[in-house]
Design a protein around this ligand. Structure first.
Ligand code: CTP
Ligand code: MG
Length: 242
């Protein structure tokens, strides 16, 4: 009998965080008593459904070695690449030594430390039997405008079928690596894993998740993430006391 597919996490963390304008890449900035990347890694290292984690860091990264993530499962570190998609592909190649071709991979930005256990579990539940896989996302809420080159409104865009794409993005290991390789060979601009699968003719599922799963991009995002994590800590302390 074929073994049940396992679930692995791939964390791209090789960016420089230019929009954050800090003295170090944003994944190494402090957040709720630890660094951003430690908060993110902890979500997957704690989660019982995740078999192991591969993290891609820049080849000249001076910060990662000083972290001490606690892990009772494999935690592999590989070199990142020029763009996020190259970092992800390198991590997938590193994962091939640990995983089966049909195992699921959840690719999640190091810069998204507010992913909740509920959303991670919800994604795995929703997609475990899916032929393609899919992503966490949330419907667009604000009215959308298309702009003219001189900054005026050209049109109001129908937002009823528009979603904001988040991570994790969950696909089978071989299918995802193949789709990324094909997209890069074709010179297709890969913005996220789903776009590589779309380029290969697939239609990944949208799984609705919380809008709190923000990507830390600019300084104000760090304050918001701090607030969300503090709120959650308060809620879980209250639950444990009652
Ligand atoms: N990333 C990566 N390899 C790259 C570029 C980005 O692994 N060559 C990672 C980042 O570390 C981050 C995630 O991909 O966890 C999302 O990218 P983004 O938010 O754009 O981060 P940065 O590229 O670091 O930020 P910026 O675009 O502002 O420079
Ligand atoms: Mg970037």
């Amino acid at each position: 009998m074929k073994p049940e597919p396992r679930f692995w996490a791939v964390i791209p963390a090789a960016g420089v965080g230019s929009r954050m304008r800090a003295d170090r890449p944003k994944q190494y900035l402090p957040l709720a008593g630890r660094t951003v990347i430690e908060q993110t890694l902890d979500i997957f290292l704690r989660h019982p459904r995740i078999a192991g984690v591969v993290v891609a860091v820049s080849h000249d990264d001076a910060y990662f070695p000083s972290l001490c993530p606690t892990a009772d499962k494999p935690l592999k570190v590989v070199d990142g690449g020029a763009e996020r998609c190259h970092s992800v592909l390198n991590a997938l190649r590193g994962l091939k030594a640990l995983a089966q071709p049909d195992d699921w991979v959840l690719v999640h930005d190091a810069a998204r430390p507010c992913l909740s256990d509920e959303d991670l579990e919800g994604l795995i539940q929703a997609l475990g039997d899916d032929p393609v896989g899919g992503i966490l996302a949330t419907p667009v809420r604000d009215t959308k405008k298309r702009a003219t080159p001189d900054g005026r409104i050209a049109a109001t865009v129908d937002r009823s079928d528009l979603w904001r794409a988040f991570t994790p993005q969950m696909f089978r290991l071989d299918a995802l690596a193949g789709a990324l390789e094909k997209a890069l060979n074709d010179g297709f601009m890969v913005t996220d894993e789903a776009s590589a699968l779309e380029h290969a003719g697939q239609s990944p599922r949208l799984v609705e998740g919380s809008a709190e799963n923000i990507k830390i991009t600019r300084p104000e995002d760090l304050r918001l993430a701090e607030f969300y994590l503090a709120e959650r800590k308060r809620a879980s302390t209250t639950r444990n006391e009652t």
